[in-house]
Design a protein around this ligand. Structure first.
Ligand SMILES: [Zn+2]
Length: 238
């Protein structure tokens, strides 16, 4: 019988379950989540294998990298992965892996990334079925309105991970300025652009004409922009 080695691992974001098969990581997930049995069964059936509580080098390396990541000392994982799922799910997970550290995306954007704009619901469901958390960064997906949406590890953990990445990935104001005008939605939710001459605040992806550098001020949140007297842009509706 084929074997999936697994170990539980306690971390500051909760207890995880890690699994490896054929020297690749196939499972990195929260031990206690509603979909635990569903996910485990999918992996077991997909690999035609049984779970055995046993350690190995891949699991050891994964634990090290998780610790480094959670301490802010790592922004990329270097572990061979084995994704177990349908071709559609794998497409979504591969697209997810392209969302950079410190950035966020949405289900709609992911659907566009896999050239299947109408499949937003299926994309959301594939995102929820992700069994290699942190490395396949489903925590970087937020709602189109900037709200956090569900997470296997709970919303508090998701918020904590996004904050960790954001703090660790602070862009300089000049880098932010370079980025705006590209209409790229990756940093929506990470900072707000306010324009002194118009009194309006925007999402980084706003398609309005790019303001001059000296007229732009950056805030962390729309609340902060509002506190400073700015009002929401009618084009990007932040
Ligand atoms: Zn705008």
């Amino acid at each position: 019988m084929n074997k999936i080695n697994f170990q539980y691992y306690k971390t500051k974001i909760g207890e995880l379950i890690l699994g490896s098969f054929d020297k690749k990581l196939c499972l990195l997930d929260f031990r206690y989540r509603k979909m635990r049995t569903t996910v485990d069964n999918r992996i077991r059936n997909g690999l035609n294998a049984e779970f055995i509580e046993q350690d190995d080098k891949i699991l050891e390396k994964t634990r090290e990298q998780i610790d480094e990541y959670l301490n802010g000392g790592r922004n990329k994982f270097d572990i061979p992965l084995l994704m177990v799922g349908t071709d559609f799910q794998k497409n979504v997970w591969n697209a997810l892996m392209k969302v950079p550290y410190g950035a966020t995306s949405t289900y709609l954007q992911l659907a566009k990334d896999i050239n299947n704009e109408k499949a937003v619901r299926a994309v959301a469901s594939a995102n929820g079925a992700n069994s290699i958390g942190l490395i396949i960064p489903c925590h970087r997906i937020i709602g189109s309105d900037g709200e956090l949406v569900g997470y296997g590890g709970g919303l508090a953990v998701k918020k904590r991970l996004l904050k960790l990445e954001k703090n660790n990935n602070a862009m300089s104001d000049d880098e932010k300025y370079e980025f705006i005008g590209s209409r790229d939605t990756r940093y929506d939710g990470l900072f707000i652009t306010a324009v002194k001459t118009t009194g309006v605040y925007c999402l980084p992806s706003c398609r309005a004409k790019k303001p001059n550098r000296e007229n732009v001020i950056f805030y962390e949140s729309k609340e902060e922009a509002m506190t400073n007297g700015y009002r929401a842009c009618k084009i990007c509706k932040p």
